[in-house]
Design a protein around this ligand. Structure first.
Ligand code: ADP
Length: 190
């Protein structure tokens, strides 16, 4: 942040915004939110309203899920936005955009976006955070695909999200295969 840049009145640390689709929120997102709270006073989780995409959860459902998850945490605000992210950040007085970086594959897109946003609004800084290793491959899209095909996602999303996924996919989801007895490791016979 530039030395001349103002922070919120009477506070030393800037307001951060974490934009995304959150369709649905995963443990990877929660990890990034927790890390953001260790650096910033307040984090606005901002759900992008994208009329071109057809999400699994409506914007209202996504807001309700995240609100429920953070109901005891006044430092996490939930909001929605459309249009340019930097305009939204300026409108709410956020000086920092937080983005999660999972792998090299995220980097190229994120790098271009950060530079474009800087060009559009030089006073808004983008900060990248890396999740715990165990979440570095988790995406909302993958969670939905795995769940829909009968896989388990209980370690990847909060229990409430898993319940909501079950409500959404209901009977169209194949039953998981019956549990197989654990195989003992034995030497191959010749
Ligand atoms: P996704 O890419 O899973 O659809 P979003 O568009 O909701 O996610 O992403 C919102 C923000 O959260 C982005 O900065 C994205 O990089 C980050 N993010 C999503 N999943 C993870 C994860 N597993 N670890 C770290 N950051 C993540």
């Amino acid at each position: 942040m530039r030395p001349s840049q103002k922070t919120r009145a009477g506070q030393g640390r800037p307001l951060a915004v974490l934009p995304g689709s959150f369709d649905p929120i995963t443990n990877g997102h929660l990890d990034i939110i927790a890390r953001s709270l260790s650096v910033f006073d307040e984090v606005v989780v901002a759900i992008l309203v994208n009329l071109e995409k057809s999400p699994l959860f409506t914007v209202e459902e996504r807001v309700a899920i995240i609100r429920e998850l953070y109901k005891g945490e006044p430092r996490v605000r939930i909001d929605t936005f459309s249009g340019l992210l930097v305009h939204y950040a300026e409108a709410i007085g956020a000086q920092v955009i937080v983005r999660g970086l999972r792998a090299i594959s995220d980097f190229e897109y994120e790098f271009k976006m950060a530079l474009m946003n800087r060009r559009l609004s030089p006073d808004v800084e983008t900060v990248f955070m890396m999740p715990a290793e165990g979440y570095s491959y988790v995406s909302s899209r993958l969670v939905k695909e795995v769940f829909q095909l009968g896989g388990t996602v209980s370690e990847l999303v909060p229990p409430m999200v898993e319940r909501r996924l079950r409500d959404k996919y209901g009977s169209e989801r194949p039953a998981p295969p019956p549990a197989r007895p654990a195989r003992r490791l034995s030497r191959k016979r010749r």
